[in-house]
Design a protein around this ligand. Structure first.
Ligand code: FRU
Length: 477
């Protein structure tokens, strides 16, 4: 019998996102099992239904027709076997085989991590396989039993593969396994090795093979800050290159590059759609943060980013919002094409949920204030190739542990171009920026009530084209 959880406290909707996935109540972290199955998008997530803090992990589950409206389907995996009942069902992925949906995930029994499988015929009921599919005896060489997690399955030339994060002596590795039936797995090689003095591994690895280049994705625990880069305690990166799944080699053609320059982006996971597009979604939060919806007792904490389409073009990663998202922003209610100097307040027609498109010459400089009210605003500042985001005065304070510098200011250097083009998605408690279709910044913000204005100004004067699209609620589920 499935255990039912109910909310302990009333839910406060002030910061509940309108077009991002969050749990009905409780805590969420990593996206898991992102897949397209029987004509619907499925997204599972690391879930603690018992409170707004991390706890023993379940898999929450939601499905969607349009990547905007998510229907909650309750809990797919409970920590209810001897293989997962210590810390729960950790991250993993999903893939369809012969009409069934398979979930591969990490079980955490006492002091170990092993890989488990569950199968569903209807994306409603999930049956766990009785034994681990990769147990302690089949761990990658040189790995320890405490850190071996987050299997991401993919299919290539009719064979299933899984990349899994693990330790490697005193360092870390991404281990590649293969299987013909998703049940019997054999180790191929470490597809990536790394050193660490901090005991952290490469979490949530992913490998995407495309005709224009392959993408190795992983989240590095305990990254060292490097100028404006790696400002978060843990950072999600990608390397472009050429993978050979047969021998487990990956020859990089770029250095590891941060996926997103914001303060809230971790553990991204991809899925490849039947039409060939690659979608990626990440947890829009960061470890070691005091999250306002948790300390204000709003009944939930954590949400996902917008799903993005990613692709490789000329050895560069292209990232844009999934095209489905745009139908929720159907009409432009305000536009301007002018030289802006003094502060201009835009007529915002939807409090707290909208998309702003902006373009300006690359060498210009201007600032936007979003979620602006009497007592708060969030600043996005652009100055000749540098974009910065400042949420120090954005509303309820967000503090972080000393491990990660200032959790409120982030900077990004934009690759040289003729223009700067920004696409800014604002939801009740987040602002995601896509710059020139490739570089992104995702951040949460918790503005005080009635802080809904947007303003723009430029000390030097800047030629700005701007369009404003309010979010329009639809329900397609
Ligand atoms: C990453 C992570 C994963 C793990 C999960 C536990 O955020 O630490 O490595 O499976 O979260 O919730």
């Amino acid at each position: 019998m499935k255990k039912q959880y109910s909310r302990k406290k009333p839910l406060n909707g002030t910061y509940r996102p309108l077009f991002h996935l969050t749990a009905p109540f409780g805590w969420i972290n990593d996206p898991n099992g992102f897949s397209y199955y029987r004509d619907k998008y499925h997204l599972f997530y690391q879930y603690n239904p018992k409170g707004e803090k991390w706890g023993v992990m379940h898999w929450g589950h939601a499905e969607s027709m349009d990547l905007v409206n998510w229907k909650d389907l309750g809990i797919a995996l409970y920590p209810d076997t001897k293989y997962d009942n210590f810390l729960g069902c950790f991250s993993g992925s999903a893939i369809e085989k012969d009409g069934s949906l398979y979930l591969m995930y990490t079980g955490v029994p006492f002091l170990s991590q092993i890989q488990l499988l569950a199968v569903s015929e209807d994306a409603r009921n999930f049956k766990k396989c009785p034994k681990p599919v990769i147990g302690s005896s089949n761990r990658p060489p040189h790995s320890g039993k405490f850190a071996f997690r987050d299997p991401k399955i993919f299919k290539h030339n009719d064979t299933f593969y899984s990349v899994i994060g693990a330790s490697y002596n005193k360092g870390r590795q991404i281990a590649l396994y293969k299987s013909e039936d998703l049940k019997a797995w054999s180790f191929i090689a470490p597809i990536k090795l790394g050193t660490t003095k901090t005991n952290g591994i490469f979490e949530c690895p992913d490998l995407v093979i495309t005709d224009s280049g392959d993408i190795l994705i992983y989240s590095i625990m305990n990254t060292k800050t490097d100028g404006i880069r790696y400002q978060n305690v843990h950072s999600s990166v990608y390397e472009l290159g050429k993978a050979n799944p047969l021998n487990g080699s990956f020859t990089p053609s770029t250095e590891p590059l941060e996926f997103d320059a914001g303060a809230d982006f971790y553990a991204p996971q991809t899925t490849t759609l039947p039409d060939g597009r690659i979608l990626l979604i990440a947890w829009m939060q960061m470890w070691f943060r005091k999250i306002p919806t948790a300390y204000l007792s709003h009944g939930f904490a954590g949400m996902m980013t917008l799903p993005r389409e990613i692709a490789v073009s000329d050895n560069k990663l292209v990232q844009k919002p999934a095209k489905e998202i745009f139908s929720s922003f159907p009409s432009c209610t305000f536009s301007l094409s002018d030289t802006i100097k003094d502060e201009l307040i835009l007529p915002v027609t939807h409090p707290g949920a909208h998309m702003t498109k902006l373009s300006s010459p690359f060498d210009s400089s201007f600032s936007l204030h979003i979620h602006k009210g009497d007592a708060c605003y969030t600043e996005i500042k652009y100055n000749n190739g540098f974009l910065s985001f400042n949420r120090e005065l954005s509303g309820h304070p967000i503090s972080g542990s000393k491990l990660c510098g200032n959790p409120n200011i982030r900077h990004m250097k934009i690759s040289q171009s003729n223009t700067i083009e920004l696409l800014i998605f604002t939801d009740k408690s987040s602002i995601e920026i896509f710059a020139n279709n490739g570089q992104t910044m995702s951040n949460t913000v918790y503005p005080f009530p009635d802080s809904n204005d947007i303003s723009i100004f430029s000390e030097e004067g800047a030629k700005i084209n701007l369009e404003f699209y309010p979010f329009v609620e639809t329900s397609s589920n």
